[in-house]
Design a protein around this ligand. Structure first.
Ligand code: G3H
Length: 222
């Protein structure tokens, strides 16, 4: 199996802005180099270009819109995300839901632009539907656990297992991530043992006094 993937979503947390964002990116770079794990970051859009050019870690957008270049004021153009140096993008995060048609269009645009795609889902049925669109990853996250500090790995391992099976049944080439309350190496190990290739997380790292220590613990059992 390839190196496990830990994707840290800074969301719009105050602690994920400005110098704090760069402190987290620098910590991710150090821990990734030490551990061999792949640790990516999804910062505010305004940080995509500086981070992708300053840190040797995958930088992801938190969202793209299903648009092409033109008159789309205030939208996030996939081409702009690519030219900013992003490696990939989240699509349909529970805090930025899209229609099924838009998810499909975003995955197609990202594929054309060689942007990796992480389509976020909320149960095994939507995980199967997302897999049919051929993203690089499906990230299963029960919305009620997001930001709760209660780990999906411990509170609801069944949803992870069902989503892994549902995705594999549709397209075994699609990798599965899981997220919601992920906070320790034990959470990550459970997720990987259940068939995922890693985790999508936010608050346990972004709100930590010592993000580097949390990141080191997250990959400690891999
Ligand atoms: O994008 C990250 C997920 O929404 C999980 O967030 P969380 O780790 O704060 O629960």
């Amino acid at each position: 199996m390839d190196s496990p993937f830990v994707l840290v979503n800074l969301k719009t947390y105050q602690e994920g802005m400005g110098s704090n964002a760069h402190r987290i990116a620098a910590a991710a770079e150090i821990v990734a180099k030490e551990s061999g794990a792949v640790i990516g970051i999804a910062p505010a859009f305004t940080e995509l270009h500086p981070m992708s050019h300053h840190y040797a870690i995958p930088v992801y957008a938190q969202h793209i819109d299903a648009i092409t270049p033109g008159a789309h004021t205030g939208h996030i153009l996939p081409e702009a995300v690519r030219s900013a140096g992003a490696r990939g993008t989240l699509i349909n995060h529970s805090e930025r839901r899209l229609t099924l048609a838009d998810i499909g269009a975003c995955v197609e645009s990202a594929r054309r632009l060689h942007l990796e795609t992480v389509v976020c889902t909320n149960n095994d049925a939507t995980s199967a539907a997302a897999a049919a669109l051929r993203p690089d990853y499906v990230a299963i996250e029960p919305p009620e656990l997001i930001g709760s500090g209660v780990s999906v790995s411990k509170a609801d391992p069944g949803i992870i297992e069902r989503s892994v099976n549902a995705v594999r049944a549709v397209n075994p080439d699609v990798n599965v991530l899981t997220g919601a309350g992920i906070q320790s190496g034990e959470c990550v190990k459970i997720a990987v043992d259940l068939g995922t290739c890693g985790v999508l997380l936010a608050s346990s790292v972004v709100k930590a006094d010592d993000p580097e220590a949390v990141l080191r613990d997250l990959v400690s059992l891999l």
